[in-house]
Design a protein around this ligand. Structure first.
Ligand code: 0R9
Length: 642
């Protein structure tokens, strides 16, 4: 390449080859071409505006989903530089949009951006993957514009008029021959924009959806930054102290942390590196946890809250009920883990640990009442952990004495190959009976549940071991719970909740899902949890095979189809199923259990933050927000039989 260094033509070829490579292997640059990759394109462009805000020149970013799935992002920063770039001999703005990774190389580098993103690829990749891209810049009193198709320059940057103020506006239509779909999910974008606003104190971000008749619009701006983030996460929880603890440190690796304890029993820590959510944690989380454990133990010892004879509090005791957001900026982050969302840079652990050590111990000394409230909770968590250990041992010993460790009510399957086996957790003894008779006993096991299930949102682990409703579930699945849970030990590849389509059924489903979410989370993350979908209706007629419908829409559709064949509604019998118990074994097999014909809904964990929020809301202590949620969502409820 050296001999072509100053030859415009050769560089042009290199540029086109670069963007062609992006179009050939989009997954390598944006992870995937699914809706996730599609959203990623929006984030890449918004990130450029956020970088300008972090540099101190931009206060507002507006994102619009226009009709026809065009995305428009506008910022009020300095505007991308327009002058000819000495190396590429084209405008800097065009360079940014046509040369891979140019954003960082050619200036505008906030220091954290280039390798910061999950993929960190920037504007040129979005341009390459778009049917068209239009960039408009206000700078030095002029209005400039350029236009691209599939990454290729169609109109070079030119001054098209005068302008007041400064800023950049990017509009693009993602290429539908590359992406599986162009259906942007408003809620996904909303969540990310809110998150970006929390992480960038004082930046105003608006999101507007113009695709529907009545456009939707939200605005996010948080002067409190991470403090507001933690308050938002805790909005439905009872707090142990009024204001979140806030720690900030600038320097080579800037760190910002907000912490607030609640009365809940779960741990809710979110970590970010260069504004990217590191859902798998990593070295920053490690440093944070170590410091937390040390500071609280030291404080408890020095203030005689822990006596000489007492054992140290364990990390899990100290993290019970915590909500925290940890945000670090790292110049060259190394991402590891299955989804490349785990920070690997070892130097970060010590930095976070020592700054939390120092700032948190000072905070506790200055706020003894907060320290006392938190430590009281930690100590009762440690007592409960000890009680849970004893309960667990007891259960283990009891099981060891019994010939079989499986629960008595379980009708197990004959296969022992977990991958091909499934267990139906069935509400009620009578449905359980039908399921037992109707199943294929080679690979289907049935576990009937009855009576009132324990709400784990309001109970600690010690109440869970030995609980007569949950213990059979734990034993049947066979992989333990909590920190002991071992996904490699699960006895069934599919854990299927089969409950009635009524209020009681919904309650049981929520209680079981809360239990799985809090105590067997990998089971959900791994995609092993399913909801069975029993039919709501049966249409019958003499001489005709029964037809089952799973929704009101399907019922209407079937009536229409039959009418076209000359069979009228009046000639048909209709049964509305109130519960699983109304079906005989054969019907239950045909409609809900036969893998060839049944409908199963896989429970996914796309959004742990949202899940935590909803589980807390539905199953926790605060009554008022729950009522508001139910009132607001009542209109979405279908098939509710009261
Ligand atoms: C709507 C999305 N916003 C952007 O894409 C965007 C990029 C960008 C930018 C600069 C300012 N605003 C921006 N918005 C900028 C300007 C200057 C220096 N660095 C950055 C300056 O005025 O000197 N740029 C991002 C990369 C580049 N500009 C660069 F490489 F062209 F310099």
């Amino acid at each position: 390449m050296e001999k072509y260094k100053h030859k415009y033509g050769a560089e042009q070829i290199q540029v086109l080859e670069g963007l062609e490579a992006v179009r050939k292997r989009p997954g390598m640059y944006i992870g995937s071409t699914s809706v996730r990759g599609l959203h990623h394109c929006v984030y890449e462009i918004v990130d450029n505006g956020v970088d300008e805000a972090l540099a101190g020149y931009c206060t507002e970013i507006n994102v619009v989903i226009e009709k026809g799935n065009v995305i428009s992002v506008t910022d009020n920063g300095r505007g991308i530089p327009v002058e000819i770039h000495p190396k590429t001999h084209i405008s800097t703005a065009e360079t940014v949009y046509t040369v891979l990774h140019a954003g960082g190389k050619f200036g505008g580098d906030s220091g954290y951006k280039v390798s910061g993103g999950l993929h960190g690829v920037g504007a040129s990749v979005v341009n390459a993957l778009s049917t068209w891209t239009e960039v408009t810049i206000k700078r030095d009193g002029g209005l400039y514009q350029m236009y691209f198709e599939k990454g290729k320059t169609v109109k070079k940057l030119e001054r098209i008029g005068d302008a007041e103020g400064t800023g950049t506006k990017v509009r693009f239509l993602a290429d539908d021959t590359i992406f599986e779909s162009l259906d942007y999910e408003y809620e996904t974008l909303e969540k990310r924009m809110r998150e970006m606003a929390f992480l960038t104190k004082g930046l105003k971000i608006t999101l507007e959806d113009q695709r529907e008749e009545t456009p939707k619009k939200v605005e996010f701006c948080y002067e409190g930054g991470l403090i507001s983030f933690v308050e938002f996460l805790n909005k439905n929880k009872e707090k142990l102290h009024k204001t979140p603890i806030y720690i900030e440190k600038s320097g080579e690796i800037p760190v910002e942390i907000a912490i607030q304890y609640t009365t809940s029993y779960s741990e809710n820590i979110h970590t970010f590196v260069n504004n990217i959510n590191t859902i798998e944690g990593g070295t920053h989380l490690e440093g944070f946890k170590r410091a937390l454990t040390k500071v609280f133990n030291d404080y408890a010892r020095s203030h005689n809250i822990l006596k000489e004879k007492d054992n140290n509090l364990q990390g899990e005791d100290i993290r019970e009920g915590i909500t925290a957001v940890v945000s670090v900026k790292v110049k060259e982050p190394q991402f590891e883990g299955q989804t490349k969302t785990k920070l690997g840079n070892s130097e970060v652990t010590g930095v976070v640990q020592s700054m939390v050590n120092e700032a948190l111990s000072t905070f506790l000394e200055e706020n003894p009442n907060v320290a006392k409230a938190i430590l009281e909770k930690c100590i009762s968590a440690s007592r409960a952990r000890e009680a849970a250990r004893k309960a667990r041992e007891l259960v283990r010993k009891k099981n060891a004495l019994e010939t079989s460790t499986l629960p008595g009510k379980l009708a197990d399957c004959s296969s022992k190959v977990a991958d091909e086996c499934e267990v139906y957790i069935v509400e009620g003894d009578s449905a359980g009976g039908s399921a037992k008779q109707g199943r294929d006993r080679k690979f289907q096991a049935i576990l009937p549940l009855w009576g009132k299930m324990l709400n784990v949102e309001k109970a600690r682990a010690d109440k869970i071991y030995g609980n007569d409703k949950l213990n059979p579930v734990i034993l049947a699945i066979g992989a333990g719970i909590g920190a002991d849970f071992d996904i490699t030990k699960i006895r069934y590849g599919k854990v299927i909740i089969m409950a009635d389509a009524d209020v009681d059924g919904a309650h049981i489903r929520t209680l079981l899902l809360t239990f799985f979410f809090r105590y067997m989370r990998p089971l959900i993350e791994n995609g092993n949890v399913y909801l069975a979908q029993p039919p709501l209706y049966k249409i019958s007629k003499k001489g005709m095979e029964d037809i089952y419908c799973y929704s009101d829409e399907e019922l209407d559709q079937k009536y229409k189809e039959l009418e076209e064949k000359g069979i009228l509604r009046e000639q048909l019998g209709l049964q509305r199923y109130k519960g699983l118990g109304e079906m005989n074994p054969e019907q239950l097999w045909d409609t809900t259990m036969n893998p060839e014909t049944r409908i199963l809904v896989k429970v996914t964990m796309e959004d742990a933050m949202k899940a935590d929020e909803i589980f807390t809301l539905l199953m926790g202590d605060e009554v008022e927000p729950r009522r508001e949620f139910i009132q607001a969502n009542a209109k979405y409820v279908k098939n509710l039989d009261i």
